[in-house]
Design a protein around this ligand. Sequence first.
Ligand SMILES: [Zn+2]
Length: 287
Amino acid sequence: MVNGHYHNNSKVTYSIYENWLSTYITDSSIQAMKVIYCNSIYLSYKVYTMKNFIFIFLLVSSSFALQDDLSLQTYFKNYLNYFNTLRRSSETLHDDYFKIVTPQITSKVLISAPHTLPHLRKGKYKWADSGSGALALTLQRATKTHLIYTTRSGVDPNYYDKSLYKVALKKYLQEHPEIELVIDIHGASPKRSFDVDLGTMHHKSIRNVELYKLIKSHFDQSKLKVSENFFSASKAETITKFAFNLGLNSIQMENNVANLLYPEKKLSLNRLLRAYTNCILHLEEAL
Ligand SMILES: [Zn+2]
């Protein structure tokens, strides 16, 4: 990190920004990006006058936006690898097949990802919703929500109420009355024509219409193709229905797996990650 090309006089300025950035970004995988970023800040500093203040402001803000997007993508890639590793050791059924993450700050949102790995439904293993775990963990990291997700194979919690995932979820929701919204994250076939499908039991599981409009608008604005209730979450014993019956707002969000996994869909993935993070941060204020 400290071997970046810069003039000796700039060491002090450089290290201030370096320390400041170190608190903002911690993953070693984005160290290279930090070098570029620090150097661009230093260059701005070097040409600093009142006249070009606006230029510097724009440069810094655009660097932040770029850095945020790159961080989201980096986290997402790392989490994809994490779930690929888990998949190799997930052939047998387990009781302790999920994890819960509690944020350091107060959050009114809980993200659920029950299909990160193959799961048992009607006596057969169903394929994982590939990429759904990486999406859920990336969003938790970026927005500091509550999170429950599967780490091994088990009974499908989005099909049976009799699952330890739901027992733990109910207990957790009772212990955290600040949670008002459950977002259940899934992955849909690449054959689907939508980017995101919003499943609300046909506009029943989100009681506040404005809240629903807020969610939908973030994805519409991101040029993503949004569908409504293609998967309504109302047929089986879904997580969405379960949370709704506990008195919460809930939504099942199906994400086209092509956007999550195909390299040529990088732009759509970026739009999706940004839409989700902005949407969740906005929801925290609106709830
Ligand atoms: Zn699913």
